[in-house]
Design a protein around this ligand. Structure first.
Ligand code: ADP
Ligand code: TRP
Length: 323
């Protein structure tokens, strides 16, 4: 039997190179070898998006992005998280067996508090329990995500273990799947690229906007003639993910030898990105004309995912004594 893989992405902003390299690229590559379930985490996005029209639009747009990048609905099950409302019931049930301490240790929660997040909601706090349910309800073997989500998958494994201990074997323990070389893609300011840090290079930005984003990548003040350390050069670190081995080697030796300026590197990065995503950009324009097709894909995916979720929830309801 094929291995089952599951992952989700929040529709909380436009997808960027970090999302692509850390998650979307793997998701799409895996569809040929595994039984894949991918969803748009719109329940999660409610913790930050407080405008119904906007959330609907961003969810739809993210579906377009995924399909344009090559997600094939005939191979993978692609759906909206909220088309499986069973996850919310299971979130309640699992929240009753989860220690507050486990959730308090979540980095994302601690970061939000540390960054002075005003009036954090209960939803933001229990975000990892909802995410654990997203995973456990479908019994995946592995969960491909970027490094920042590793702890959340570990929390899911922890919660599964607690439930199994209390009520008998019910949930399989998920494994996290992280591609180390792209675990943390740097943003234009050198921090982790993230929709929340305003430091992204967006996959589908119009060319002039894309250029602006690429040229805003932080570099040091080294003179063009100086030798530069490729490991410290952010535009090079991004370039090597998209350019061929030969072009990467050429830029790397150019950096070490000196004589290669940051302007040239950024121009090459910009051109490489346009080239790399050319097909996806064209496909996206086509898909924009087919909203009914996109909605139908999500609806069908939701129906398929829901059957699996219902069966697991039924099992849990019986075990805990709700039915
Ligand atoms: P963001 O931080 O931009 O809001 P999300 O939290 O929605 O991104 O992440 C969606 C997926 O993309 C997750 O699997 C996450 O690990 C991955 N991801 C996000 N940013 C990066 C990054 N800079 N490098 C590698 N992977 C990333
Ligand atoms: N929290 C994840 C993120 O921000 C999105 C997500 C929600 C997810 N549920 C999931 C990822 C289940 C993997 C599995 O990226």
């Amino acid at each position: 039997m094929k291995k089952r893989v599951l992952s989700g992405m929040q529709p909380s902003g436009k997808p960027h190179l970090g999302n692509y390299l850390g998650a979307m690229h793997q998701h799409i590559a895996l569809q040929d070898e595994a039984d894949c379930f991918y969803f748009i985490a719109n329940y999660h996005a409610l913790t930050t998006v407080r405008d119904g029209e906007k959330l609907r639009k961003m969810s739809y747009e993210l579906a377009l992005d995924y399909l344009a990048l090559g997600l094939d609905p005939n191979k993978a099950t692609f759906f909206l998280q909220s088309d499986v409302p069973e996850v919310t019931e299971l979130t309640w049930i699992l929240s009753t067996i989860t220690n507050i301490g486990l959730i308090e240790r979540a980095h994302a929660w601690k970061d939000a508090l540390q960054k002075g997040k005003k009036n954090p909601s209960v939803g933001l706090f229990i975000y990892p329990i909802l995410m654990a349910v997203d995973i456990l309800i479908y019994s995946p073997d592995s969960v491909p995500v970027g490094q920042d989500q590793k702890q959340h998958v570990e929390i899911a494994a922890d919660i599964a273990g607690t439930f199994n201990h209390l009520y008998g074997e019910t949930f399989s323990i998920p494994a996290v799947d992280i591609r180390e070389d792209v675990a943390v893609v740097p943003g234009t300011d050198g921090q982790k690229m993230s929709k929340s840090y305003n430091n992204t290079i967006e996959i589908f930005a119009p060319a002039d906007e894309l250029k602006k984003q690429v040229f805003s990548v932080k570099t040091d003040s080294a003179d063009i003639r100086e030798s530069k350390d490729p490991a410290e050069c952010i535009p090079f670190q991004l370039y090597r993910q998209f350019a061929s081995k030969e072009k990467t080697a050429e830029m790397e030796s150019g950096l070490r030898e000196g004589g290669l300026g940051y302007g040239t590197i950024k121009t090459q990065l910009f051109e490489e990105l346009l080239d790399f995503f050319a097909e996806a950009r064209a496909r996206r324009l086509e898909l924009e004309k087919q909203p009914d097709y996109v909605r139908e894909v999500l609806k069908k995916g939701g129906e398929k995912a829901r059957l699996i979720a219902q069966a697991k929830l039924d099992e849990v309801r019986t075990k805990v004594g709700l039915s």
